[in-house]
Write a protein that binds this ligand. Structure first.
Ligand code: CP3
Length: 340
């Protein structure tokens, strides 16, 4: 690997500089992404075409001095393969043609066959690795069961917990089984790092609910990866969670790094977790305006990083279409110039 800074940090080794990558780094803020999207017609057509996946994954790597690539795909591929029928509508976001409405809908679900149902993804990874030529490590990803359930269920997760707790657990078990195989497929096809998105963990609104309905499944997924792909570090991304829940997550065995969103005070999180690797957490809105604003906000995050050797720089959540590409380049310079 020509640039292995991020792997150094994830392995608790010293890195020549603080690594940075950006969630959703291949996306609509890039004119070259918008050009391909126009030709391909839809987001789903893009993620199911291995050559396009490789080309799009490489777009931000060609333009910027980033320290990792992330495979161009989506977390909602799993429920799509389970038969829910994924669709994206402009201005509305993702939804399913056949969401889960009744307990019978859960009984009808089955765990996808990874090699067959996600061949477009494993082929996409292989094409990408060929184009990438070991410039930077490639990140693979999926989401937590609760985050996927939030999209799959017509009613809220807590409605299901209150009315059909056994069927809710059944759904969580099936999603865990799928996520394990989906992540292992990516590791087996050559990704160097896995990130698990818990973007909607806050739909379990108390630490007790999170402890009962999220932690056991996350623990199981990460233990499985540790058993079957022990060399692949796992970054766990959280959003809208409070410190109490974050502390529960930080105690899950074999999570390599904890990624946090912008409202999280990383000084406080660091104090109670002196050896954990952290990732984050600049607010993406600072990429919309001026270099001055961005510089000030970035310096503030950098100053809060009390152990730079244990930090991977990123945004607190995905970059938005309104971000200015020249400010992304400026952000990467600021982080790389920072003395670790
Ligand atoms: O980070 C990357 O560059 C890799 C690709 C990636 C995408 N989605 C591409 C995408 C990743 C890692 C994701 C994860 C994802 N997808 C999450 C977790 C991260 C988070 O944001 O909290 C979630 C919740 C989803 C579900 C999803 N996919 C939503 C809510 C949307 C619509 C929102 C939007 O930005 O339009 C998508 C579509 C999507 N996924 C786009 C991209 C580049 C936009 C597609 C387009 O319109 O061209």
């Amino acid at each position: 690997m020509r640039n292995n800074c991020i792997l150094k940090v994830l392995n608790h080794q010293s890195s020549p500089r603080m690594p940075i990558w950006i969630m959703r780094q291949a996306g609509r803020y890039l004119p070259e992404y918008r050009a391909i999207r126009e030709k391909a017609g839809s987001f789903i057509a893009m993620i199911k075409n291995p050559e396009l996946v490789a080309e799009i994954t490489l777009q931000p790597i060609k333009r910027f001095d980033l320290d990792a690539a992330i495979i161009f795909s989506d977390i909602l591929t799993i429920p799509d393969a389970m038969g829910l029928g994924l669709k994206f509508e402009d201005g509305i976001g993702p939804s399913f043609k056949r969401p889960i409405v009744t307990t019978n809908d859960i009984d009808k679900l089955s765990v996808p066959d990874p090699e067959q149902d996600f061949k477009y993804l494993s082929d996409g990874i292989e094409c990408t690795l060929e184009l990438l030529q070991s410039r930077v490590p490639l990140i693979g990803f999926s989401a937590t069961p609760i985050t996927l359930a939030r999209y799959m269920l017509q009613e809220s997760p807590e409605h299901w917990i209150n009315n059909h707790p056994q069927q809710f657990h059944q759904l969580m078990r099936m999603l865990s089984a799928s996520i394990k195989q989906y992540l292992l497929l990516q590791a087996n096809h050559g990704v160097s790092i896995l990130q698990i998105f818990d973007s909607w963990g806050n739909h379990l609104s108390t630490p007790e609910l999170y402890n009962t309905y999220a932690i056991p499944y996350i623990t199981e997924i990460i233990q499985y990866l540790h058993n079957h792909a022990p060399e692949v570090p796992v970054i766990f991304y959280t959003r809208h969670l409070n410190m109490q829940v974050l502390e529960q997550i930080a105690n899950i065995p074999h999570i390599t790094a904890l990624a946090v969103d912008s409202p999280i005070d990383i000084i406080q999180l660091r104090q109670s977790n002196p050896t954990i690797i952290l990732q984050g957490n600049l607010n993406p809105s600072h990429l919309n305006n001026s270099a001055e604003e961005l510089t000030q906000a970035t310096k503030q995050v950098l100053q809060s990083i009390t152990n730079p050797e244990l930090h991977i720089f990123n945004l607190g959540q995905g970059i938005t279409p309104s971000a200015k590409p020249e400010l992304v380049a400026h952000l990467i310079d600021l982080v790389h110039q920072f003395e670790t």
